[in-house]
Design a protein around this ligand. Sequence first.
Ligand SMILES: [Zn+2]
Length: 240
Amino acid sequence: MAIDLKSQLGALVSLQQLDSEIYALNNEKTAKPQEIKALEEVFESKKRGLAELEKKSLDVQKQRKGKELELVSNAEAVKKLQGQLYSLKTNKEFAAMQQQISDATADGAVIEEQIILSFDESDKIKAQVEAENVKLKEEENKFTEQKKKVDERIKEIDNRLSQLKAQREQIIPQVEKKMLGDYERILQSRQGLAIAVVKDDSCGGCHMHVPPQVINLIKMYDHIITCEMCNRILYIEDEE
Ligand SMILES: [Zn+2]
């Protein structure tokens, strides 16, 4: 045996400890943006809702301006009709004109009522906008706070990852190149766990039963033994 397999396996176990943490940290880091995405979506939809309300408020104002102009020309029309009233010759013409004035005045009252209702609606929208602004501010604060937490955690993770990678670099020279290649290939394909302990006669990676003759082979440290089920490298912890 050219290499001491037992110490090689020991180095792989140390490497695995680092790689398990690296794997978990990388997963956590990948999942982080999702956490703030949900909050960001609530915040964005509140913002859209508020923009719609503000647009509605402008529409109501614009319509009211139109009504106010209508009311002015209605008042002018009534005044003009009233001015003509006394220049009329016959009772019949007089009565017809009075009817016209009364109709126009009634129209004016309707327009005035519409303007009053429009002011009420504007007040209502204004109150809604204020309430939504408060909620939006709350959502914005929540989002900013959460984003800050996530950014801090990602920074922590990155720091820890560079520590772990430095520790990794120290162990790597202890492992034979071919073995390291196998280990890393299994690491990639088996959710970050390449070397599994055999405990209570089963594989620590997939929990498949490991027969006694395989356990004997592991104990011989003649060559690498892998799990028949999950292909992970198997090892046994020292008794003591
Ligand atoms: Zn297994």
